[in-house]
Unconditional design. Structure first.
Length: 273
């Protein structure tokens, strides 16, 4: 078995599905009757979690008829939300094989396997034909990707003419390099941040027109665990994914936001021809 690439190794835990299922049981969830909402505390692995997924979906003005591709789909929380709340047909791709296995298992448990699917793939070489999707969706993914020019060309390639791209991402802030570790990188070697201006320029150069671009200044809840209603130990949260360093990652993320070393943003773009 070949070694994992550094980005996949950063996210791989080896026993993530078992860890999540144990936590769901400890939180009093019925695994035979899970809903996407039951999983939102752990499977929305991005800044702001479910509330920012809802916001991005509203910015895209989804109708439910769209064929959606989630690039960097993680554990599949946003894909399942779009399928269950809007009726979209959603495919997800992620570089991390374990994330894809967990996403598939959780989708089975929520009964959404007919509308949502996942596969391991590199975002720089998407395994889909040209013009396969009406909407591309991506949240907190590009920070691990150096070659943004190729990434954005691939996104445009698989969009239909006039198709839309919804992004929730992190740009480099004006105050300099961020402190590490953060959720997407334990050290700078895995982190590739560009300024908002450079990011926008690369998107436009790839043939994507900006329809909306806005900074996001709400507090991040990425790593915060949630406690059962009756109190007791924390059980559900993205700390299950981040492991022992989750607290340092959460503190550095907050500090980087406060000092403007990172700048989250939302954007909606469309393919132009």
């Amino acid at each position: 078995m070949s070694p994992l690439n550094p980005v996949e190794a950063h996210y791989t835990r080896g026993n993530l599905l078992e860890t999540i299922l144990d936590a769901l049981r400890a939180a009093g969830k019925d695994l035979a009757h899970l809903s996407p909402d039951d999983l939102a505390a752990v499977d929305e692995f991005h800044s702001g979690q479910r509330r920012t997924t809802i916001r991005l979906a509203k910015l895209l003005a989804l109708t439910g008829k769209e064929r959606v591709l989630d690039v960097g789909s993680g554990l599949g929380g946003p894909a399942r939300f779009l399928a269950s709340s809007y009726g979209c047909r959603v495919s997800g791709v992620d570089l991390c094989a374990e994330f894809c296995r967990v996403a598939e298992a959780l989708t089975q448990l929520t009964g959404l396997q007919g509308r949502v699917d996942f596969r391991q793939a590199d975002a720089l070489d998407l395994p889909f034909a040209d013009q396969s999707f009406d909407v591309l969706w991506s949240q907190n993914t590009a920070m691990n990707i150096r070659d943004r020019d190729r990434l954005y060309r691939e996104m445009r390639r698989v969009l239909v003419p006039g198709g839309r791209l919804g992004l929730q991402e992190i740009a480099l802030g004006p105050a300099g390099a961020p402190y590490y570790p953060v959720p997407w990188a334990r050290e700078a070697a895995l982190s590739f941040l560009f300024s908002p201006e450079e990011t926008r320029g690369k998107l436009e150069a790839a043939g994507l027109r900006v329809l909306l671009w806005q900074e996001s200044n709400e507090p991040s809840s990425l790593a915060a665990p949630r406690r059962p209603a009756a109190g007791g130990p924390s059980v559900l949260g993205t700390h299950l994914i981040l492991g022992a360093e989750w607290r340092a990652m959460a503190e550095n993320t907050a500090r980087n936001r406060e000092e403007r070393r990172i700048q989250p943003f939302d954007a909606v773009l469309e393919r132009v021809d």
